[in-house]
Each structure stands twice: as structure tokens, then as C-alpha cells.
Design a protein around this ligand. Structure first.
Ligand code: SF4
Length: 376
């Protein structure tokens, strides 16, 4: 269990070690052939800030070598805003007065029709945590209905037990995103005062359960703005390195959500500048060449246009973060406000304009298809 690894580290020690990194540590991390967690620490440290240009070039080269000039596109599909948890940073929080909505099967298909018209073949199903309305049965039915229409179905929903994941994988579930939000165990409670999500350890063990269930891909990340982003990303890297050792057949992705404004939300406690976010993304790429790095429409068009050349591999486009937001009920309350509100066609054109190829399926299947077409 990752918990055993996690408990060997203290937040304060990690923070101190990161901030003690020197220029020599950063240069070692940039020039060594095999990088470890200590190098990752150096790359995310303040000492690496003057090396940003060098990091960006290296990150660009590594990404092109591994992923080519391709950017994978996906759409989030919000199925429900019902939630039994209080999370102080989320528009769907139980204590937030808003009209709750869960899509019916027919409404789901209306949304699907819209997304298919836009060209999507990879969809991320999102719900709050409400066992009675959007529990395993609801998710199983949703995957069963959507499976014929998409090459890839991922979910970002409440953490589940291993047997639940096994059932959903049997229905065709491909990937699960489960963000720890913060690895600062003491302060985690302040952000999650009520509901199942307040159980830090259950959430922390979710990737273990997913690995045991045999999921194809796991997405991790923290919500940037809650606690020190450097320490939180170190713990994410620790988590990934544990998972890669123990579940080596599974693929991994990392996201970098920044706290965005939403109805009734807290303000970010810790700010991260655009430059620092670029540093963080480049650090991840230099540290781990295999990871998918995903950037959502929380970020601005300008930021996203640049980052696709520096290390990102996966972006969402034309997103709506409210249930029914594409076709059924475009005006319902969103989970957070998006920044890049361009249409899918505009994002696709931007990618092509930069000399990249938009990919509508997951990498693996894309690569498999390429092999097949070469072989035929
Ligand atoms: S973050 Fe998730 S669990 Fe927390 S309130 Fe929002 S939807 Fe519910």
C-alpha cells in the first residue's frame, strides 16, 4: 500500500529539502541520464527558475521524441452535480445552494450526439459523490450506453472499491482520474470537512485499488492553490513512482488543475504564476518521459497554446462543466468557470496551425491503429 511509503515522509522535511536545492542540484538534474525523485525536487525548486528556458527546450525535445507532434483531445461530460460532500473549493459542494441535476439516459445521449458531432472519441465522465443517484449502478449503465460511441471512456467520480472498479472495467472503462487534492494530511481535513471524501486514507489508497483491479490508466494530480504546490507535486511524484513499481502495466497521467473561481468558493491560499506552472510541467516531463500531461480549459487560451509545445500531451476543448451543458441545459450552474472558451474547431485549428496533429483517441489505441494500418 502506498500509505506505508507515504508515512515515511514528513511534509515539513520535504518542503525544507525542496527549498534547500541549489543551482548545482538543478544542473545535475538537467544533465544526468537517469533521474530520480531528488532530481525532480531540484527541478521544481526555486533554484530552477533561472533555468526555465533550458528546461523548456529539454522538455520539448523529450516530448517530441516520445509522443511525436500530436496532441490528444478529450471532452469532459458532466453527468451530475449532486454531491454529499462538502469541499470548500468546489461549486458542487453540498452546502452550496444550487439546483441539482443528474442526466437521464436520454439526456446523456443528447450530450453524446453533440460531442460526436464535434469529433470527440474520448470522453471523461464526471459526477459528484452521491451514492444514491450516481453510484456504481448508474455508472455501469452510463458506460454501457456510451461504449458503442467512444473509443475511450474515462471517469472522474467518487473513489470506489476494487470490486466496483472491476465491474466497470468489464463494461469497458478505460481510465480513472482521482486527484488527492492535497497530500497535506492535516490540512486536508479543513478542505473536506464533511462526507466520504473527508477520509484521507481511503482516497490515498484508491490508486492501489485501481491497480489491483487492472485498470488501463490512472490519472493523478493535486489542486494547485490549496497548499505548497512544490511539496504537493513531490508527493504526487512519490505516488507515481510507487505505482509504476507495483503496477507496471498501468499507464499514468498527471493534471495540473489550478483553483478557479466558482460559486461560494475559497480563494487560493497559495498562488502559482504562469511561469511557475510552466516550470512544473517541464519538470514532470524531464523527470518522467512516459507520463501523459494533461491541461484543461481551466487555463487560458494563451497558456494552452504555448504549453502544447513544451510538454503537454492531452487537452480538453470546448468544455462545459455543468451537467447537460452541451445540449440539454447549457445554463445550469458550472463546477468551476473555464478560461479557454474557444470552440472545439478553434482549438483544433490552433493545434494544426502550430504544426501538431490533433488525435481524438487515446495514444495506445492511436498507436495500435497506426501499426495496423502500416501492417495492412
Ligand atoms: S470536489 Fe467532488 S466531492 Fe467535492 S464537492 Fe465537488 S463534486 Fe463533490
Amino acid at each position: 500500500m502506498f500509505r506505508e511509503v507515504f508515512e515515511k515522509y514528513s511534509w515539513e522535511d520535504v518542503l525544507r529539502d525542496i527549498y534547500a536545492k541549489t543551482a548545482a542540484d538543478v544542473e545535475h538534474a538537467l544533465n544526468t541520464r537517469k533521474r530520480g525523485l531528488d532530481d525532480f525536487m531540484a527541478l521544481i525548486s526555486p533554484a530552477a527558475a533561472p533555468y526555465l528556458e533550458q528546461m523548456a527546450q529539454l522538455s520539448h525535445r523529450i516530448t517530441q521524441k516520445r509522443f511525436g507532434k500530436t496532441i490528444q483531445l478529450y471532452a469532459p461530460l458532466y453527468l451530475s452535480n449532486e454531491c454529499q460532500n462538502i469541499c470548500t473549493y468546489c461549486g458542487f459542494s453540498l452546502d452550496n445552494k444550487l439546483r441539482r441535476k443528474t442526466l437521464t439516459g436520454m439526456e446523456m445521449m443528447q450530450e453524446v450526439e453533440y460531442l460526436k458531432q464535434q469529433g470527440f472519441d474520448h470522453v471523461l465522465l464526471v459526477t459528484g459523490e452521491a451514492n444514491k443517484t450516481v453510484g456504481v449502478d448508474y455508472l455501469r449503465n452510463a458506460i454501457r450506453m456510451l461504449r458503442p460511441h467512444f473509443a475511450n471512456i474515462s471517469i472522474e467520480v467518487q473513489p470506489l472499491d476494487q470490486e466496483d472498479y472491476e465491474q466497470l472495467i468489464a463494461e469497458g472503462l478505460y481510465a480513472v482520474l482521482v486527484y488527492q487534492e492535497t497530500y497535506h494530511k492535516d490540512n486536508y481535513k479543513q478542505y473536506h470537512p464533511k462526507g466520504k471524501k473527508s477520509n484521507f486514507d481511503y482516497r490515498l489508497a484508491t490508486p492501489d485499488r485501481l491497480g489491483n483491479a487492472g485498470i488501463h490508466k490512472i490519472g493523478l494530480g493535486v489542486l494547485i492553490g490549496l497548499e505548497d504546490w512544490r511539496a504537493d507535486n513531490f508527493f504526487t511524484a512519490l505516488h507515481i513512482s510507487y505505482l509504476e513499481r507495483n503496477f507496471w502495466q498501468t499507464k499514468y497521467s498527471i493534471s495540473f488543475p489550478r483553483l478557479r473561481p466558482a460559486e461560494g468558493l475559497i480563494e487560493p491560499k497559495v498562488a502559482i504564476s504562469d511561469k511557475e506552472l510552466v516550470q512544473l510541467i517541464c519538470a514532470w516531463r524531464i523527470y518522467n518521459e512516459e507520463l501523459e500531461l494533461s491541461i484543461s480549459t481551466r487555463e487560458s487560451a494563451l497558456f494552452r497554446d504555448h504549453i502544447i509545445q513544451l510538454g503537454a500531451t492531452t487537452i480538453s476543448a470546448g468544455s462545459r462543466t455543468n451537467p447537460g451543458g452541451y445540449a440539454v441545459e447549457p445554463e445550469s450552474l458550472e463546477q468551476f468557470s473555464i478560461d479557454d472558451d474557444r470552440t472545439v474547431a478553434q482549438v483544433r485549428d490552433m493545434i494544426q496551425h502550430k504544426g501538431y496533429k490533433p488525435v481524438w483517441k487515446d495514444w495506445d489505441r492511436f498507436e495500435t491503429n497506426q501499426h495496423i494500418s502500416h501492417a495492412v
